[in-house]
Design a protein around this ligand. Structure first.
Ligand SMILES: Cc1ncc(COP(=O)(O)O)c(C=O)c1O
Length: 404
């Protein structure tokens, strides 16, 4: 495993000199050489807009763009590539569903269930919808160990429940929610309820199959998956997507336009108005190829080893409380340090070349629930090795010394 580990790090130009122990992958991941060079290559060797030109460059770009759609479908185990929609990020994917499906198929008084661990991206779009049409947002509470309270969730279901939108793995705690349990309970209660899974943090750590997670919508974002910023994915079932009105209007999403009436394309073009993020799609394709060539199971195994090591080392330090310590989780360690403010700790870490995130992690309601202002969050990626963890622990001890 050691050989594999150092090999991964060498694939990432920004990490090669070892100056920074980068422990903020849950916010955004570093980019492998292959992603940088795939985007660079296109810009140097024949870039053009897609779906329009009859000349070679445009046709090649169209082909490359559509190939990535097929690649994404395979990556999340979906047969029908028309069900893959390219968006800007997870945030846009969720807003699309809220504004298109929600505004069309929900009405005042209808209920949506989310949870206390949601990222703001899975809270605010539903609040916008609530303010627009009067839906009711219900929230699944969590235990002190940051696990979903499943009996409270079951009690929230009602005949007014139309939608459930839940994070698969929390970015603030790393706790893995048992999506099959959540989905099974909803399906048994009422098979008509639509379910969205926010896979922003799960798709980067483990194999994901839409045959296994029986949801209606799945979203993720490219920049956490070692791809570029500006590209995200929405997966939805074809019949559901085709029943939804477009989210934005413009070029490429239409069959015909007159001043009186416009006929829209079917999915996916229906939801990809305007010139899409062509270069970013190519970059995402390169990232997915890189991951699948290594094998997601190899990455999962490597990360499990680093996660276990990090937890063991953190457990040896007094005065640290790790959120969700005893839950089933991935390598996201969100902790508080007795007597220290997270931003003071992060400043000391920065001087020691250890990059972590501090604050509420776009999960203010979760922080309120846990009665804390924020945490220090160290999160691992496929390139993280034991040396990074050792540097974290050294920095932690130093911060304790200085802030005591
Ligand atoms: C669980 C989760 N959902 C949604 C998002 C939003 O992702 P983006 O900002 O790329 O839209 C994030 C990003 O931190 C996240 O961790």
């Amino acid at each position: 495993m050691d050989g594999e580990t150092s090999m991964f790090k060498q694939d990432f130009p920004s990490l090669r000199d070892g100056k920074v122990a980068y422990l903020d992958s849950a916010a955004s991941a570093q980019k492998p050489e292959v992603v940088v060079s795939a985007m660079d290559y296109i810009m140097r060797n024949g870039y053009a807009n897609i779906h329009r030109g009859l000349y070679g460059w445009s046709q090649d770009m169209t082909q490359a763009y559509e190939n990535v759609r097929a690649q994404v479908a395979e990556f999340i185990d979906v047969e029908n590539k028309k069900e893959i929609i390219f968006t800007k990020n997870s945030t846009e994917s969720i807003n699309l569903v809220a504004q298109s499906w929600g505004r069309t198929f929900m009405k005042a008084g209808d209920e949506i269930i989310i949870s206390e661990t949601e990222h703001h991206a899975n809270i605010v779009p539903w609040q916008l919808l609530r303010d627009q049409i009067g839906i009711v947002i219900k929230v699944i509470p969590i235990s002190d160990d940051c696990k979903l309270d499943i009996s409270a969730y079951t009690a929230l279901l009602s005949e007014k429940t139309k939608f459930i939108s839940i994070v698969h793995i929390s970015n603030a705690t790393g706790v893995i929610n048992d999506m099959n349990e959540v989905i099974d309970i909803a399906r048994k209660y009422n098979p008509e309820i639509k379910i969205l899974v926010d896979g922003s943090q799960s798709v980067v750590h483990q194999n994901i199959s839409m045959k296994d997670i029986q949801c209606d919508f799945f979203v993720f974002t490219g920049h956490k998956l070692y791809g570029p910023t500006g590209i995200g994915v929405l997966w939805g079932k074809e019949d559901i997507l085709n029943a939804m009105p477009p989210y934005q209007g413009g070029g490429d999403m239409i069959e015909t336009v007159t001043f009186e009436k416009t006929i829209y394309q079917k999915t996916p073009a229906r939801f990809e108005a305007g010139t899409p993020a062509i270069l970013e799609v190519i970059g995402l394709g390169a990232a997915i190829k890189y991951i699948t060539d290594i094998g997601m199971d190899v990455i999962t195994r490597h990360e499990a080893e680093i996660t276990e090591y990090a937890q063991e080392e953190l457990d040896k330090i007094d005065g640290i409380t790790v959120l969700g310590r005893n839950a089933n989780k991935v390598g996201i360690f969100s902790f508080t340090m007795d007597g220290a403010h997270p931003s003071d700790v992060a400043m000391i870490f920065d001087q020691m070349g250890v990059a972590v995130r501090t604050g509420h992690h776009c999960c203010m309601p979760l922080m309120q629930r846990l009665k804390i202002d924020g945490t220090i969050r160290a999160s691992i990626g496929m390139y993280t090795d034991k040396d990074d963890i050792d540097r974290l622990i050294t920095a932690l001890k130093k911060a304790q010394e200085m802030l005591r």
